[in-house]
Design a protein around this ligand. Structure first.
Ligand code: AMP
Length: 635
């Protein structure tokens, strides 16, 4: 040890090393170390994987994966993580974020050390499994490397065995990780790095306390990498409390709905959705398809219905055993299955490049989920189609979705019988041509010729008989159908109208819908409520863009009232009145007070004499709290 300018040499070397690392980081990222970095996901990184100081084994695995260059998040995050810095990666799935943390982590692992060195927390078992698999892929040249995925729903014994054998990396969901910590089967004393993957989703799923608990169980000295698509306040607070001087990298998504994903919308009553889905699947040219429904039960009902119609479809939901879910995803990837019907949670992070269509059979809860859903298509440079089914009461959501995705959504009609029949013909002819080109048909050729010779009939008649036998009893072509109710909901509904015109049009449309539902019974606005009905005031009006259909749908769904029990609706500029049965109980009224329609709470209350429409000042108490980004009504 020697003295140089007052520093002892070891100190001096440490300083030089730190300066050097900082200079390297600066030159690689073209920015100062402390700066937050925001780049577009389309940026082409300036350097190759070989320029990053990843270990040889990891470089080898990258080559074997066929990756040619790092994605923007990898290019930005890897140098920081290699230098041991805490990082915040604000990025969505599909940006390559898993490799962004897995590659530097594997490069820095001490293969011989005892105890888990890395813990990755993920919101769902799907993501945990996927991340563990990615670690295995990138550690393919590290034969001693061991990773364990631990999540709820899996047998404890499997996890006990994996943890007892000793692992370098544990990937788990918060609940199960805590279970193991409490049982003493997982010890984090040796931890060097903690990754919080999809942190916002973990919080959305109610894991905040669990995440905090786990963070408190980790050693003080550790590297923390936090990945999150969004940065709501609770995530910022976690970052402030648990991360030290983090580098913050944001990958700006060019609302990739722009070029690669085309969005379309069809208006359809709830009861006709299943039929519409089958029709659209016939009429569209699809490859892989994901249909999103809102409940686990409906994933099964819809998948079963499609299977009965001959589609290669299966359900994917959180109630299915993990093995079955993995098998379903693998089958979708390989083309054994073409359609999966999934809930949002089960499809999180799903990365299947052949997805050509995403159907929003039911609307998701918010715009984030919607953007995540449609991001399952249009991947890896391909184009994709996202189709939204909106029931008439949800009509107002269309504009919210357009705003969230910054894209105009094309309104389309349900495919007509003519279109379906035309596409059946095209498909049938294609099947025949492909069989003639690619299969050995010599045996059947002999048979067909024999039949023609024996019967003295022409070959085309024999071919037609073969096709009829193959078709069985099912009619090949659909029959013409009567004009449907849905055809009345046209695109004109989206036009901005003057208030007076809107009022008339709104009422007219309501009556149209009511006529459809209740056999044409006319409902007039004006006069006192009918016997047995009470008049209520609700705080949405023309100014909020509300239509009678929105109100009827919300009140029927949330208040548990049948459509036929709902009386006249009078929509004013800043509020509306509605007649409802006087037998409605207090809890239904309470629910309806909190129900959201057109971005506002209804705040339903009996119309008192002081509140009569004529005496209410417009804009008075109508401006309830806004609830941004919500497509779905309060549930
Ligand atoms: P992730 O955002 O981690 O879910 O990754 C999305 C997909 O990108 C996965 O299928 C990865 O295999 C793939 N991927 C990750 N990094 C790269 C890369 N540098 N080049 C090409 N594909 C990549």
């Amino acid at each position: 040890m020697f003295d140089l300018y007052g520093f002892e040499c070891d100190d001096w070397l440490a300083w030089v090393k730190a300066d050097f690392i900082e200079a390297v980081l600066n030159s690689m990222t073209n920015t100062t170390v402390d700066q937050s970095i925001e780049i577009s996901e389309d940026t082409t990184p300036e350097f190759r994987f070989l320029d990053l100081e990843l270990s040889r084994d990891v470089q080898q695995a990258i080559m074997m994966s066929g990756y040619t260059s790092p994605t923007p998040i990898q290019a930005e995050i890897i140098p920081f993580m290699l230098a041991g810095r805490d990082v915040i990666g604000q990025a969505q799935t599909g940006t390559g974020k898993t490799a962004a943390f897995a590659l530097p982590i594997l490069s820095r692992l001490d293969a011989g050390a005892e105890g888990p060195q890395v813990l990755v927390l993920a919101p769902t078992r799907e993501l945990a499994t996927q991340v563990a698999k990615s670690f295995e892929t990138y550690a393919v040249c590290m034969p001693d490397f061991r990773v364990a995925a631990i999540f709820g729903g899996q047998d404890y014994d499997v996890q006990f065995r994996a943890l007892r054998r000793g692992v370098h990396v544990v990937v788990g969901t918060p609940g199960r990780v805590i279970d193991h910590l409490k049982r003493g089967t997982l010890n984090l004393d040796s931890l060097k790095c903690l990754v919080l993957d999809e942190a916002d989703e973990m919080l959305n799923m109610g894991f905040q306390e669990d995440v905090e608990f786990i963070l408190d169980k980790c050693p003080e000295e550790k590297q923390v990498a936090l990945f999150s698509a969004t940065m709501p306040d609770p995530i910022r607070r976690i970052a402030e409390k648990h991360l030290q001087d983090p580098a913050h990298i944001t990958i700006r998504r060019n609302t990739n709905t722009a070029e690669s994903i085309q969005q379309r919308c069809v208006f359809v009553p709830e009861r006709e959705k299943m039929d519409l889905l089958a029709r659209m699947l016939e009429a569209e040219t699809t490859d892989g398809v994901i249909v999103f429904t809102k409940t686990k039960d409906s994933t099964i009902t819809v998948a079963e219905h499609l299977s009965k119609l001959g589609f290669a479809a299966a359900a994917l939901n959180g109630d299915l055993p993990q093995k079955q879910r993995q098998r379903t995803v693998d089958q979708l990837k390989s083309g054994q299955l073409n359609i999966i019907v999934a809930t949002d949670v089960a499809a999180r992070g799903l990365d299947v490049q052949r997805i050509s269509h995403v159907f929003n059979y039911d609307l998701p809860h918010d715009s984030e989920s919607y953007i995540h859903r449609i991001g399952r298509t249009g991947r890896a440079g391909r184009s994709g189609v996202a189709i939204i089914f909106l029931t008439p009461p949800q009509r107002g959501k269309l504009r919210l979705i357009e705003r969230a995705t910054k894209q105009t959504i094309e309104l389309v009609n349900r495919p007509s019988v003519k279109e379906i029949n035309a596409s059946r013909m095209v498909r049938f002819k294609e099947q025949l041509k492909s069989a003639m080109e690619s299969q050995d048909l010599s045996f059947f050729q002999t048979v067909v010729n024999e039949v023609a010779a024996e019967s003295g009939k022409s070959l085309d008649l024999v071919a037609a008989a073969v096709a009829q036998i193959a078709q069985g009893n099912r009619p090949f072509l659909l029959k013409d159908e009567p004009k449907r109710e849905t055809e009345r909901w046209d695109r004109d509904d989206r036009r901005e109208r003057e208030p007076s015109e809107r009022r008339g049009a709104g009422r007219q449309r309501f009556e149209d819908e009511r006529a459809g539902r209740s056999g044409g019974r006319e409902r007039r606005v004006g006069g006192p409520p009918r016997p047995g009905m009470l008049r209520y005031r609700i705080e949405v009006g023309h100014a909020d863009g509300v239509r009678p259909g929105n109100i009827v749908g919300a009140i029927a769904n949330e208040g548990g009232i049948s459509g036929s029990e709902i009386g006249p609706i009078d929509i004013r500029d800043s509020y509306s009145t509605i007649d409802l049965p006087d037998t409605m109980n207090a809890s239904a009224i309470q629910t309806l007070r909190r129900t959201w329609v057109s971005g506002k709470q209804l705040r339903l209350r009996p119309l008192g004499s002081e509140d009569r429409p004529t005496t209410v000042r417009s804009g008075g108490s109508s401006s309830g709290p806004r609830k941004p980004k919500q497509f779905a009504k309060n549930r």
